[in-house]
Ligand binder design. Structure first.
Ligand SMILES: NC(=O)C1=CN([C@@H]2O[C@H](COP(=O)(O)OP(=O)(O)OC[C@H]3O[C@@H](n4cnc5c(N)ncnc54)[C@H](O)[C@@H]3O)[C@@H](O)[C@H]2O)C=CC1
Ligand SMILES: O=C(CO)COP(=O)(O)O
Length: 317
């Protein structure tokens, strides 16, 4: 039995994948109406065409939803609030499924769990995976980062399912930074394509974006190999090149000068600001993240941002 808190696209997709491997799943929705509708229709409008297996039970009753292993599938900026309002989560294994850096504290999801519930066992599940792909049973590989190796091994066994291959690491810092920072670079790539700057510009942004992701991760003590794995390079590749990505699509709209639905979860916008604040405090150079923040804040035009990046002093790669 596994609990998933947050019945959005990703939480529901994970619930479906675990259920298909024979696990009973309780999916918690914060709205009683949403839980009832999902139970009645066996569907979630965020995942069109996906049927909930019988072994997924949706509830808005928090106490009913809890098991020893709990996946947290809410947006990054909502994670702390969820943990603070539910102290009964303490003592359990809490696996963050969100990708981002918290505004205000500049902490990633594992650090936020430690901060609010120090008695819990924190972990993070991250990597290249669109909810729609997971829910349809398409092959996907993820990284599970757990500080204690033996706990990681047993969780890995528990979560692995036929189409969901799960790799393991103890480097939670690298895993959470890879997943968080790639969204910022995906916004930059979307902006470049939307503004008509071309595929070569996108390749340059992905590569130099990857360099700044690694710089930041290293400064925070991550293992360089983690960033070259699924949570960093893998997810960067997926998110910067697919219209399925909300971060990339948000960037596309910015680049084209179109409006974007503000209710859609776009983790990279807040994360760009939080990561830049942390980078400045640590004297880490993150020019692409800086340009994204300046564009989001309205202080920089897109062409000027590209010119600014191109006019940086020549350096060794
Ligand atoms: N959708 C995707 O393909 C993937 C999403 N993720 C990550 O999963 C996280 C969640 O994203 P999605 O499920 O896609 O977003 P979503 O927008 O589809 O769903 C978010 C869910 O969180 C719930 N929620 C919001 N605030 C809450 C609160 N205070 N307490 C409880 N529940 C709350 C909402 O009601 C909604 O059900 C994000 O960090 C995202 O980066 C990771 C991999 C893939
Ligand atoms: O994290 C994701 C894919 O790995 C989902 O990306 P978006 O949040 O940009 O849709």
């Amino acid at each position: 039995m596994i609990s998933v808190l947050g019945s959005g696209a990703f939480g529901t997709a994970l619930a479906v994948a675990f259920a298909h491997s024979g696990t009973n799943v309780t999916l918690w929705a914060r709205s009683a109406d949403a839980a009832r509708t999902m139970m009645d229709t066996r569907a979630n409008p965020r995942l069109p065409g996906v049927k909930l297996p019988k072994t997924v039970s949706v509830t808005a009753d928090f106490a009913d939803a809890l098991t020893d292993v709990v996946l947290l599938a809410v947006p990054m900026q909502k994670l702390r609030g969820l943990l603070e309002t539910h102290p009964e989560l303490t003592g359990r294994t809490l696996i963050a499924c969100c990708k981002g850096v918290e505004l205000g504290t500049q902490l990633g999801p594992v650090a936020v769990i430690r901060d609010v519930l120090p008695e819990a066992t924190p972990a993070i599940l991250t990597g290249p995976s669109f909810a729609a792909d997971i829910a349809r049973g398409l092959p996907t590989a993820l990284t599970l980062a757990v500080p204690d190796e033996n706990t990681g091994k047993s969780l890995q066994q528990r979560l692995i399912s036929p189409n969901l291959r799960i790799y393991r690491t103890t480097d939670t810092v690298g895993a959470e930074l890879g997943g968080a920072l790639k969204n910022v670079i995906a916004i930059a790539c979307g902006i470049a394509i939307g503004a008509g700057l071309g595929d070569s510009a996108r390749a340059a942004l992905m590569t130099r974006g990857y360099a700044e992701m690694k710089r930041m991760a290293q400064a925070l003590g991550a293992k360089p190999d983690t960033l070259s794995g699924l949570s960093g390079f893998g997810d960067l590749t997926l998110t910067c090149s697919s219209d399925q990505s909300r971060n990339y699509s948000f960037g596309l709209s910015l680049g084209r000068g179109d409006a974007y639905d503000p209710t859609v979860t776009v983790e990279g916008a807040a994360t760009a600001r939080a990561a830049l604040a942390r980078a400045k405090a640590m004297h880490v150079d993150m020019p692409i993240t800086q340009a994204v923040v300046a564009i989001l804040d309205g202080g920089l035009q897109i062409r000027d941002a590209m010119e600014m990046l191109l006019a940086r002093p020549p350096k060794e790669e």
